[in-house]
Design a protein around this ligand. Sequence first.
Ligand SMILES: C[S@@+](CC[C@H](N)C(=O)[O-])C[C@H]1O[C@@H](n2cnc3c(N)ncnc32)[C@H](O)[C@@H]1O
Length: 216
Amino acid sequence: MPLLPARLSQAEVVSAYRRIAPLYDRWAYLTESRARRRAVELAAVRAGESLLEVAVGTGLLFRDLVARNPDGRNAGVDLTPAMLERARRRVHGMPARNVELRQGDAFALPYADGAFDLLVNAYMFDLLPEGDFVRVLAEFRRVLKPGGRLVLTNMAQAERLGERFYETIYRLNPAWMGGCRGVALAGPVAAAGFTGVRRERLSQMGFPSEIITAVK
Ligand SMILES: C[S@@+](CC[C@H](N)C(=O)[O-])C[C@H]1O[C@@H](n2cnc3c(N)ncnc32)[C@H](O)[C@@H]1O
């Protein structure tokens, strides 16, 4: 099934998420909390490792990663300062020694090759043009060590009638969905050179998510 086109430019993403930031956590709790929990389980953080979350948003998932890795390196980037600010507040005071949150772009991550054991990314590809998926995934692969693990979660394409509700909203006005539409990432992840690609799918309040795991 063809994907709906991405409709927000990077500048529009930053301004949309500046507006959405104060309300974001409620929406995320209602529709995506189960998928985030599953992503954390599948990430299976090994204490002391180096991990990176790209597009940390308000830090909902990042907090759970940091909690499992108090002695390791915990890095997070996001394009939108208003979202990052909330992530900073969320992890402030956690008993973790090495937490770095900075503004950064998934297309050009500010890290050396092979810097991380684990890279996690949630609900960001939903916003990107399909033609950019493999390029961004190759950038994720670049910063992972050989054998490094990738865990992605994103809005999935609708398969049931109830799930089409969100696509309808997106078609009416993509900004009402924060620019997110359903995508399918298993193919692009393999095309970017990852191996052992696995996919799970779940639905919460009729909102479909997929969780992809793979290895460099
Ligand atoms: C739907 S939110 C998801 C936030 C968080 N990952 C979560 O699961 O709650 C999308 C986030 O992706 C960020 N984002 C979009 N494009 C990005 C890019 N090219 N690089 C880094 N972050 C980006 C936005 O700023 C926003 O915080």
